[in-house]
Design a binder for this molecule. Structure first.
Ligand code: GN1
Ligand code: MG
Length: 353
């Protein structure tokens, strides 16, 4: 971190001297842990290529803060701290930064423990319950069309159409994603009947901070993509990222599959958190959420690979291709397990209605 940035952080938030180190696993913002005499904070270099409407994020979060009944939420929602000038972002040399209070606790990158999956599902369900009556006209899309599966599919078709030479591995992956037409149609049909709700839209387990003993959720973070969406987006991204036997960067292809016991724990937790503020069509839609979000991320990773890795940070040039292949295997496994997932869904919903 440059000295001029350090000085500005110290000044803007009245921190005095501090030490810092890189922090977190996010792919989008650059993040540091800041330790000063007055406490610990998280400093983020804001990625305004990805988030082109910082004002919309600020407006959504202000609206969320004004409307939410904190007592209905059993964990913290850390929002950007205001600078001494009253702003939630500051500018240093053309780049935007912001500071958050650090929440003590533990972050988990992946889990095979159904108890943790239950807690994660419940926490995201509670977020949807606590915001169930909010007027969606007061919230804006912070990334337009972020989870529009149909548009992500069209984008891949366009980018692929412009590419001249293909490796065999790339052609196989392309063929797989182009064959997902029925899922795209299913997505369009289902979402026609669903109400817009306030969704988090990035419901990985590492966006939760657990208490030290892992018995409860202490905070829900990464709120930039909080915007109107469908419940299946949040539940689906939980399935994609928590109910998978390996993380999205894993390249041991034969190890990648959907874990049914984690799926069940997520569903039970999500119900526990959201009931009774969920309609029958929404409940039904959760079942296809995992496929939709896995396909979405596969399309996004693959398109980014074809475009030369312009969006996601990569550790090596083929990484986005490999992430797309990882998601392809996970999606295929979910499709093969449809009837088992349906049975789990029936058992869980029936026992709760
Ligand atoms: C990005 O940076 P991170 O991990 O919070 C992405 C999510 C993806 C995720 C995949 C704004 O989130 O949509 O699910 O990577 N966020 C944005 O790891 O594109
Ligand atoms: Mg995120």
């Amino acid at each position: 971190m440059q000295q001029s940035l350090q000085n500005l952080v110290a000044q803007s938030y009245g921190l005095g001297d501090f030490s810092f180190r890189p922090f977190g696993e996010g792919l989008i913002h650059e993040t540091f842990l800041v330790e000063s005499k007055i406490g610990k904070f998280v400093l983020q270099g804001f990625n305004d290529q990805v988030f082109q409407y910082p004002d919309r994020i600020a407006s959504n979060l202000a609206q969320l803060k004004a409307e939410i009944d904190i007592d209905r939420l059993p964990y913290e929602l850390p929002l950007p701290k205001l600078t001494e000038a009253g702003e939630s972002l500051f500018d240093e040399d053309g780049k935007l930064y912001r500071l958050f209070d650090f929440v003590e606790g533990v972050t988990v990158q992946e889990t095979s423990d159904p108890k943790l999956a239950f807690l994660a599902g419940k926490a995201y369900g509670e977020f949807a319950k606590a915001t169930a009556t909010f007027d969606m006209r007061l919230f804006q899309e912070t990334i337009p069309d972020f989870h529009r599966l149909d548009l992500r599919y069209e984008r891949l078709q366009m980018v692929a159409g412009a590419k001249a030479s293909w490796t065999e591995e790339e052609s196989d992956i392309l063929r797989f994603y182009l064959c997902q037409n029925p899922l795209i149609e299913n997505y369009k049909a289902q979402t026609k009947n669903l109400p817009l709700r306030l969704t988090h839209n990035d419901t990985k387990i590492n966006n939760l901070i657990f208490s030290q003993n892992l018995k409860q959720v202490a905070a829900l973070i990464d709120l930039d993509t909080v915007m109107p969406g469908y419940l299946l987006y949040d539940f689906g991204d939980l399935v994609r990222t928590v109910a998978c036997s390996r993380s999205e960067i894993n390249t041991q292809w034969s190890d990648i599959q959907l874990d049914l016991s984690i799926f069940e724990a997520l569903l039970e937790g999500y119900f526990e958190g959201i009931l009774p503020t969920v309609s029958a069509v929404e409940l039904q839609s959760l079942l296809i959420g995992g496929e939709i979000m896995t396909c979405m991320m596969g399309l996004r990773f693959f398109t980014d690979h074809l475009q030369g890795n312009i969006y996601y940070k990569v550790d090596y040039p083929e990484q986005n291709l490999h992430r797309a292949k990882n998601q392809m295997i996970l999606l295929r496994d979910q499709q093969e397990k449809r009837s088992q997932l349906q049975l789990i869904w029936e058992k869980t919903t029936l026992s709760r209605q």
